[in-house]
Design a protein around this ligand. Structure first.
Ligand SMILES: [Zn+2]
Length: 190
């Protein structure tokens, strides 16, 4: 059987079809991948889940590059869930690993409001700038920022158009602090 490898943020199924299980989350009418791994469905329980490649957990430390999902965004900061290290996507991260991105760490340009740069469920590449237990992140630099984002209105994946993101369905642009390789489907920046 062919392995179905999925990328964080990938759409797996509609929420009417299946229930969100281990390694997944509900995003509106869809179930999306929360981690990098192999997509499986349990037809009996009508449940979607993702099996990580290894259960051997890894530790996050200052200087690591990580892939995160925005959980909650306020004008001053974003709260994020760490999905994996850029260099070791196959290793799992302890479930409780949350991180904070402060307004001063969004970009090299002056940021007035974090909610104009990131939205919940955005998949972001970031750098860890403090050691645990309180993990602080930065997205300064062109290789950091959103690598996958969804329309805030219809939740379809946004496409890159010149220097902005665009929803083909709603025919309108959305702003984000983007990584230069947005939409290329890579975890690493190079
Ligand atoms: Zn849309």
């Amino acid at each position: 059987m062919k392995k179905n490898i999925v990328f964080p943020g990938d759409r797996l199924a509609s929420a009417e079809e299946l229930l969100p299980g281990e390694g997944t989350y509900a995003n509106g009418e869809h179930i999306c991948a929360a981690i990098f791994g192999e997509f499986e469905t349990d037809q009996k329980k009508r449940c979607a889940s993702i099996k990580p490649f290894t259960v051997l957990p890894t530790r996050i430390k200052e200087g690591d590059e990580v892939i995160v999902r925005a959980r909650e965004v306020s004008p001053e900061r974003a709260f994020l869930k760490i999905i994996c290290k850029v260099e070791e996507p196959e290793r799992s991260i302890p479930h409780e690993t949350d991180a904070v991105l402060h307004i001063s760490q969004i970009s090299n340009q002056y940021t007035t409001d974090v909610t104009k740069e990131y939205h919940p469920n955005d998949i972001i590449r970031a750098k860890v700038i403090s050691d645990p237990p309180s993990l602080h992140l930065s997205t300064k630099g062109k290789e950091f920022g959103v690598i996958k984002a969804y329309c805030t209105r219809c939740r379809r994946p946004l496409k890159k158009r010149n220097n902005t993101l665009y929803c083909d369905e709603c025919k309108r642009p959305e702003m984000r602090k983007m990584a230069s390789d947005y939409g290329e489907g890579r975890l690493t920046s190079k």
